[in-house]
Design a protein around this ligand. Structure first.
Ligand SMILES: *Cc1c(COP(=O)(O)O)cnc(C)c1O
Length: 421
């Protein structure tokens, strides 16, 4: 079983809390870089390989800048995310807008940036043409429907709101071709947090077959395929990370057979993973405020589901350790809660952890993706800070905690004074 560790011991964390009060998220730069390099190595056989980091997983420009230095682009799903990508110097086809139900301002901004637009619906061809004009290069998101099983987060593909059906896909490329679009991409994403590597090989297989069909039936030469994100991470200590070399080699074999032999090479392989890029290398650090014993044993933290909502949202497992008590036996069964007025504000239910004391620092693991990013302000909770452990051991703040002033910033108190109630 893999032991889950934060690269800071109790003394170091305590010292950090003097500068940055809990709760906070902290990310490990060295581990993020090494992981990025492992991903690139697994696909180095494909000269056009590119990972577009799914910004929504951890929309922080410092993290994005690290990933840019490792050669990653950005996969954006909103106007501010496109602006974040722009702010770190990404441009043109280093950016992909891969969202759904997209408003005109996103499509306009993506067009201005020269980003790749990944269309989610056939009706969006006309919508895009009207609001921003059709670009020279475009991508289409395919939904294989009953041809592929999904998983719990995305659901069955035919129930999912994403992508074109198979017929619409052929029709869509035909329309785009006839309208003068010159370069084409093909995208699909049907899984989220998937730990079975063969799933991604299978996804590439489906897309390779489509690339061949599009070539014969429409004379459309697909230049890049994007197999989406969705590579899972082992949230539970007994789970295994996806073997990237297995996925890379599996896709390479299919590429040789389906693409090279058919004269369809070169075909660039793209990905837009978020979770597996930063997830395991970020932690939520929080302090025990209270212990409560009623019909159950509760441990109350100074963090709550506004800092990390995955457990409350999907019943997701996040491993919990107590700093300085890594070797203590886990014989204290409790619910680890936050302070929100929602009974599902629990980081863990009936979890066996070491006996905690008030004031202990609790570490919630695998919070580096869809963690701070999913933060919200319900109960007027303020969003916490984000810190980065640099490669030289220094810790820097990459986003400050919100203040009460931030919370009030969208309210007009001058108007309130003259407001007759
Ligand atoms: C969420 C999302 C991703 C990233 O998914 P991960 O599970 O974080 O890898 C990639 N592409 C699209 C279109 C998404 O919606």
């Amino acid at each position: 079983m893999a032991e889950k560790k934060i690269p800071l011991n109790r003394e170091q964390l305590e010292a950090l809390t003097e500068r940055f009060p809990t709760p906070f998220h902290i990310y490990d730069e060295k581990a993020i870089r090494e992981n990025a390099q492992r991903l690139k190595a697994a696909f180095a056989w494909n000269p056009g390989f590119k990972e577009y980091f799914a910004v929504k997983a951890a929309p922080n420009p410092y993290l994005m800048k690290i990933l840019k230095a490792e050669g990653f682009g950005a996969d954006c799903s909103s106007l501010p995310e496109l602006m974040l990508a722009e702010s770190i110097g990404l441009s043109g086809e280093e950016i992909i807008l891969s969202a759904n139900d997209m408003p005109a301002n996103e499509l306009v901004k993506a067009t201005e940036l020269g980003a790749i637009i990944n269309l989610d619906d056939i009706s969006h061809i006309e919508y895009l043409e009207q609001c921003a004009g059709l670009p020279e290069a475009i991508s289409i998101r395919y939904n294989p429907g009953p041809l592929k099983s999904g998983n719990t987060i995305i659901g069955h593909p035919e129930e999912a709101k994403y992508g074109f059906t198979r017929e619409q896909l052929f029709e869509g490329y035909r329309i785009l071709r006839d309208k003068g679009v010159k370069r084409f991409g093909l995208h699909t994403m049907v899984a989220s947090n998937e730990l079975d590597g063969s799933y991604f090989v299978e996804t590439a297989h489906i897309l390779f077959d489509l690339v061949a069909e599009l070539s014969t039936e429409l004379g459309v030469k697909v230049e890049f395929i994007n197999i989406g994100g969705g590579i899972g991470i082992p949230y539970k200590p007994e789970e295994q990370a996806v073997d990237l070399t297995f996925v890379g080699e599996g896709i390479r074999e299919l590429y040789e057979e389906k693409i090279e032999k058919a004269g369809l090479a070169p075909l660039d392989l793209n990905m837009e993973c978020g979770r597996m890029i930063t997830g395991p290398y970020g932690w939520l650090v929080s302090r025990v405020l209270h212990e409560k014993n009623t019909y159950k044993q509760f441990v109350g933290l100074d963090a709550c589901m506004t800092n990390l909502m995955r457990p409350a949202l999907y019943g997701a497992y996040h491993h919990i350790t107590v700093s300085g008590k890594e070797d203590a036996s886990c014989d204290f069964v409790c619910d680890v809660t936050g302070s929100l007025c929602e009974n599902n504000d629990k980081f863990a239910i009936d979890r066996a952890i070491p006996k905690v004391d008030i004031g202990d620092l609790v570490v919630i693991h695998d919070a580096g993706a869809h963690g701070h990013a999913m933060g919200f302000n319900y109960n007027a909770k303020l969003r916490s800070a984000e810190l980065l452990l640099r490669e030289d051991g220094e810790v820097v703040q990459i986003r400050r905690a919100e203040t009460v002033e931030d919370y009030f910033a969208t309210l007009d108190f001058k108007g309130l004074q003259s407001f007759e109630s």
